[in-house]
Design a protein around this ligand. Structure first.
Ligand code: FAD
Length: 476
């Protein structure tokens, strides 16, 4: 039997795509930055099928690209263009296996869509706190594999902090059932941590146990105009202190981001009373403080007095609050029609955010005079999406031709503040060869040894995360 026939025998006709014209959405990513070719797409519907496929690939030396919702932003879920890799999509493994209200846990298949999982938690009176713009398409297995962040990390932590247990298929086809819901377990190395953020290079996550949290009964959002990014940092300290740490999100939004959403997304009007340069979207959540609006107003009053607040809107209805969040979520897409945009996902210590923005703006302007900085994101985590947009009138390709130089400039500045070049999106293909510049040799050496120990054949998502010379033959 050929490889494809053996695959078909494992997954059946519904679980296999071999015709290139049906592979479309699996071969290209959301930003169209990466396209590839695949031998086939396998869509198993059980952990046993995943294990059989991986054993077949291990026997034949076939490289595997695990794929979740394919919303990743660093090319990790896209094969290279040689056409010799198998995409293993978790799409059909989308069941909630167990809801344990007593333990506050959900046990799920890795292919569960994040929004579906949030809904199940809500139906049981809980919430799952991972909230990201792609939640309608991304899968929990992809979230775990990228250690996704989002808007509530400030209060609840990133994905790593939500995971209690993992089920994974190792590169030799063994199944590891680590589906524990224990909150305490100090029996040696915490192996699940290896798979969280590994971007599919160490094995395939097939299931997980994640935490649920009590759903806050009250929530209040405000859009607050501030004089500059330093005021955002000061406001955060003030709000946390005055609210008893009930700030669940704080997002930095520049004027240009609002203008782009209003210009390119139908039915959006500018919510601000005047065109301020900077604003923050702040959310308070609580079950114990019914009058969160009153609390927000008193925090704002102190903010005015301290000179860190210029103006604010505090919506009354839930619908208006949701509208402000939608505006925030539309920022990513609203940059697209404006031409070239060079994306960054950096983090620095929270207190260094203002210095980072100033230094990056000055330095990038020397590389591309007149560029338009779209600088937004999770300021409470020190995580900014620092996205230089092409100057008006510049040729898009000419601007994108500066990608490496601009990124090197931005990343060097983040590193000078002991920051990270990838706060929440991962490394994938995009940043793998930048790692030696920003990580210590001893760190890369440890990563290489872990990879070699678990995946000696190098079949699991080769050419991703690890720099080229340490990660098999895939390059690009
Ligand atoms: P994929 O894109 O399919 O895969 C991502 C990586 O994980 C790949 O390397 C893949 O090989 C691997 N992988 C996927 N599933 C598995 C598995 N089961 N086992 C092993 N490896 C696997 N990210 C944030 O962190 N915060 C945000 O706020 C955020 N906002 C976004 C907004 C938009 C509009 C978009 C398009 C993306 C955003 N992202 C954000 C990025 C992206 O949604 C996340 O990285 C997400 O966690 C990826 O999940 P996925 O299921 O789409 O994974």
């Amino acid at each position: 039997m050929s490889f494809i026939e053996k695959l078909a025998a494992i997954v059946g006709p519904k679980g296999l795509i071999t015709d290139e014209k049906d592979m479309g959405g699996f071969l290209t990513e959301w930003r169209d930055k990466y396209q590839g070719k695949a031998l086939a797409i396998a869509l198993p519907d059980s952990t046993e099928q995943v294990a059989e496929i991986v054993r077949l690939c291990a026997e034949t030396g076939t490289p595997i690209v695990p794929q979740g919702g394919n919303t990743g932003l660093v090319g990790g879920s896209i094969p290279f263009d040689g056409g010799d890799e198998l995409i293993l999509s978790l799409r059909r493994m989308n069941k909630v296996r167990d809801v344990d209200a007593g333990s506050g846990t959900l046990t799920v298949d890795a292919g569960c869509i994040l929004a579906d999982l949030q809904k199940v938690a809500e139906e049981h009176g809980f919430m799952f706190p991972l909230r990201i713009g792609s939640e309608g398409s991304c899968q929990i297995g992809g979230n775990i594999s990228t250690n996704a962040g989002g808007v509530q990390v400030l209060h609840y932590g990133n994905t790593r902090e939500q995971v209690l247990g993992i089920e994974a298929v190792l590169p030799d086809g063994q199944v590891w059932d680590g589906l524990t819901s224990l909150r305490k377990d100090n029996t040696g190395y915490d192996l699940k941590q290896l798979f969280i953020g590994a971007e599919g290079t160490l094995g395939i996550i097939t299931g997980a146990v994640v935490k649920m949290y009590p759903r806050p009964r009250y929530q209040q959002v405000a859009m607050i105009a501030i004089p500059d990014p330093a005021a955002a940092v000061s406001f955060l300290g003030l709000a946390r202190r005055l609210s008893g740490d009930q700030v669940t999100a704080i997002e930095l939004i520049p004027r240009i981001a609002i203008d782009l959403v209003v210009r390119h997304v139908p039915d959006f009007t500018d919510p601000m009373p005047a065109p301020y340069d900077w604003q923050i979207l702040v959310e308070l959540s609580s079950s114990a403080t019914p009058d969160l609006k009153g609390l927000m107003e008193s925090i704002l009053e102190e903010g005015f007095e301290a000179g860190v607040v210029l103006d604010a809107i505090i919506p009354d209805s839930i619908a208006q609050q949701e509208r402000l969040w939608m505006l925030r979520e539309e920022i990513s897409g609203a940059q697209k029609p404006e031409g070239g945009s060079i994306k960054h996902d950096i983090s620095v210590p929270v207190s260094k955010i203002p210095d980072f923005i100033k230094a990056a703006d000055e330095a990038v302007d020397k590389v591309v005079p007149g560029f338009r900085p779209v600088t937004f994101g999770h300021i409470g985590d020190g995580n900014l999406h620092y996205n230089p947009l092409q100057p008006v009138g510049m040729d898009k390709q000419e601007f994108l031709g500066k990608w490496e130089e601009v990124s090197r400039t931005v990343h060097d500045i983040a590193a000078s503040f002991r920051g990270s070049i990838s706060a929440e999106h991962g490394i994938g293909r995009m940043k793998k060869n930048d790692l030696p510049r920003y990580k210590q040799a001893v760190e890369i050496d440890m990563m290489r040894k872990i990879k070699a120990a678990l995946d000696p054949q190098g079949i699991m998502n080769p050419g991703k995360v690890l720099p080229d010379e340490t990660n098999g033959s895939k390059t690009g």
